[in-house]
Design a protein around this ligand. Structure first.
Ligand code: FMN
Length: 330
């Protein structure tokens, strides 16, 4: 398969050390643009819409590249298996038909986005909505637990409800609905608009999110347990391994524990006591435990490292089978 045919084409290497930014390098920009999904070199014949001659790219592609540059993100383009027609009017009628019928056009291969925590997702507005290939992308890509930050370009009518529709469709992701909207007529000022948006909206949201404790979920026996994670090295390493399933057995009427896949480096101070609701790691036998009762007798024979605390009802532990799979997810 040629590089041109790849659904997602790596356009820029990670620019993690990009000067002046304080964005994490675990972000990717994923965008759809008409110009890269019509027959080669096809530019709309009468309006030159969907093309920015100075950058020799689609309008959204230009904005996407600017976001990638300013955040040090990798960048990928959404490509459909079949091209859209060259004529603007034909694209309009085909997109209407796709929207009306809820068609999800087939895409070229989607690479794993596992290593990215934040996805900037960009698209042109088509008939007041996201183009259907973007819906194909969110249907196929595994974006659960990720932060998704949308941006769009348009011809003057704005984003419509596309950002909130995106949030509704990605209920398992954290969608920031204060996305960037740029009119195609002012695409030349995208570098400064992107900078202002990143400074004012995105960084502010990230700072707020960073100051809040990370919550995770744990699914077991049809129950959902919520855990507030600590800010310790062990907790961070555990978080980096999610999603993870740990097969845990009940012990002593006070805890469920089971073997950790891979190990966690224990560097902070361990303790020989537990509190009800604590999620711990024990390096001695490489196990994870959830303590739920009997903290009146809190002493342990092995050191454990607290990683988080259950904030949901602890009585569910009394209803569980004595051995079960605990699925931890962000
Ligand atoms: C099929 C189609 C439908 C469009 N519908 C709208 C619309 O509803 N509102 C709007 O402001 N612009 C609309 N546009 C204009 C594009 O959103 C705008 O030109 C955009 O910047 C093009 O980005 P691109 O070059 O990345 O494809 C439409 C364009 C196309 C091709």
């Amino acid at each position: 398969m040629t590089a041109r045919k790849n659904f997602f084409k790596l356009i820029l290497p990670a620019l993690a050390a990009y000067a002046g930014t304080c964005f994490a390098a675990d972000s990717a920009v994923v965008y759809f643009t008409k110009y890269e999904n019509v027959p080669a070199s096809s530019v709309d014949s009468f309006s030159r819409a969907s093309y920015y001659p100075q950058a020799k790219s689609g309008i959204t592609a230009f904005v996407a590249q600017e976001i990638a540059k300013q955040t040090g993100s990798e960048i990928f383009s959404i490509k459909t298996k079949s091209s859209y027609p060259a004529s603007f009017d034909e694209v309009v009628s085909l997109s209407h038909e796709e929207q009306a019928k809820g068609v999800l056009p087939s895409l070229e291969n989607i690479p794993s986005l596992d290593r990215f925590q934040t996805i900037y997702l960009g698209f042109p507005i088509w008939s007041m909505a996201m183009p259907q290939p973007v819906l194909s992308f969110i249907h196929d890509a595994k974006l659960e637990g990720k932060t998704v930050i949308p941006f769009c370009t348009h011809d003057g009518y704005g984003a419509g409800s596309s950002f909130s529709v995106l949030a509704g469709r990605l209920s398992q992701s954290k969608v920031q609905t204060n996305g960037l909207q740029i009119a195609s007529s002012s695409v030349a000022s995208a570098p400064s608009e992107v900078k202002e948006w990143l400074d004012k909206s995105v960084r502010k949201a990230q700072t707020k999110a960073a100051s809040q404790p990370q919550m995770i979920g744990c699914r077991v026996g049809g129950h959902q347990i919520r855990i507030e994670m600590n800010n310790t090295p062990e907790a961070k390493e555990f978080l980096s391994k999610l999603p993870i399933t740990v097969n845990m057995g009940e012990f002593g009427g006070r805890e469920f524990y089971g073997p950790m896949k891979g190990s966690i480096k224990a560097v902070s101070k361990g303790q020989y006591r537990f509190e009800d609701g604590t999620l711990t790691y024990c390096p001695t036998n490489n196990t994870v435990a959830l303590f739920y009762a009997q903290s009146s007798r809190p002493n342990l024979t092995m050191a454990v490292y607290p990683m988080g605390k259950v904030v949901s009802d602890l009585s569910v532990f009394e209803k569980l089978n004595s051995y079960d799979s605990f699925e931890f997810t962000k």
